[in-house]
Design a protein around this ligand. Structure first.
Ligand code: HEM
Length: 335
């Protein structure tokens, strides 16, 4: 058994003796789930890395969530009975694929009980600090729950409390349906975006946890210039556009990009204003050096301008980049 420096019980982690890295996780079986909501057909695809991964049509967001909540409640009550029977679900008229999809909703529902808007920024940051260690060439790191071993690293300062929130939800769920740390972080991160008014992001389940920490020094330093940030993200398989879209996560938190708990495109609007060079505002309070660096780069600036003008485009691109992020380097059950 691994000993950890985090105080976390490593027995909570799913065992995975041999990790197999894939990027993107294109060997995953793709499942399409059509269902009805408010008279409109919604198609949800679980293929994690293609642009068609998205909810194709969500015409009634509230209806969609209400329906999911109802289904999650029913499944939450019946899941302990249903799960042992998964192999014969057809006898009960229950589609196994729907159960997989609904499991992510059960996690979201459980997370909602402990997740507040104020806690959302830390939880979203946790996602990047777990997945962002991915190195495409070295086939190391990625979305594998190894953050639980890495909390004492300087770059992860402040994340212990965010993980504590998830630990509570996870230990409750583990009683009926065990969930890996990697799945847990990916799903609750998406929920954090959603409760702050951002896009709904479908998250595929089935990630296995690593039993060891990832290599150090893989996360970008805030002192990097635009070229350094681009190279760093490229090593993880992300384009400049995806770098800019993902950096929009900094709209949450206290770095001066509008309302700290509203997920919107104010990050880009404020980047365009470059308030840190104006003596009238408090320069050190707004943005990180890496945020400022993006606004100084011509290629990044084109995306910043686009997202400042078009929040819907930002939401769409953020959603796709988030799905790619949480599938980076993941090792999958049943793959
Ligand atoms: C582009 C490279 C990035 C760098 C250099 C960077 C660095 C940082 C730093 C230094 C902080 C401040 C932490 C503190 O207040 O102590 C921060 C906050 C944050 N980061 Fe990043 N980050 C990057 C990208 C990302 C990405 C891709 C995401 C998520 C998709 C993300 C999510 C967040 C969030 C939500 C916060 C606010 C946390 C809070 O206020 O509790 N960051 N980041």
């Amino acid at each position: 058994m691994m000993t950890t420096t985090t105080g976390f019980d490593s027995s909570l982690l799913s065992s995975s003796s041999s990790l197999e890295f894939k990027f993107p996780a294109d060997r995953l079986r793709r499942k399409i789930y059509p269902f009805k909501s408010g008279g409109k057909v919604i198609i949800a695809s679980s293929s994690p890395s293609s642009p068609t991964t998205n909810m194709v049509e969500i015409s009634n967001r509230n209806g969609f969530m209400d329906m999911y909540r109802r289904r999650a409640l029913i499944l939450g009550a019946t899941l302990p009975c249903v799960l042992p029977l998964l192999d014969s679900t057809e006898r009960f008229g229950v589609n196994a694929a729907e159960v997989v999809m609904d499991k992510s909703l059960i996690i979201r529902e459980a997370a909602r009980k402990v997740l507040s808007k104020g806690k959302a920024p830390g939880v979203l940051r946790l996602v990047f600090h777990d997945a962002g260690t991915f190195d495409l060439n070295e086939k190391s790191g990625g979305m594998n729950g190894s953050i639980v071993y890495e909390l004492d690293r300087p770059e992860n300062a402040g994340l212990k409390k965010s993980l504590k929130i998830l630990e509570k939800v996870k230990s409750e769920l583990d009683g009926t349906e065990p969930v890996s740390w990697a799945d847990m972080i990916a799903v609750v991160g998406a929920e954090a975006v959603s409760i702050c008014g951002g896009p709904l992001i479908p998250v595929q389940l089935g990630r296995l946890d690593s039993m060891v920490p990832d290599p150090e020094g893989k996360l970008p330093q805030e002192s990097l210039d635009a070229s350094g940030l681009k190279q760093c993200f490229l090593r993880k398989g992300f384009s400049t556009q995806e770098l800019v879209a993902l950096s929009g996560a900094h709209t949450l938190g206290g770095k001066g990009f509008g309302n700290p708990t509203a997920f919107d495109n104010s990050y880009y609007k404020i980047l365009l204003e470059k308030p840190w060079i104006s003596s009238a505002s408090m320069p050190t309070m707004i943005g990180l050096p890496s945020d400022h660096a993006l606004a100084e780069d011509e290629e990044c600036l084109r995306w910043i301008t686009k997202y400042a003008d078009d929040q819907t485009k930002f939401f769409e691109d953020f959603k796709n980049a988030y799905i790619k992020l949480v599938n980076s380097g993941a090792s999958w059950k049943d793959a």
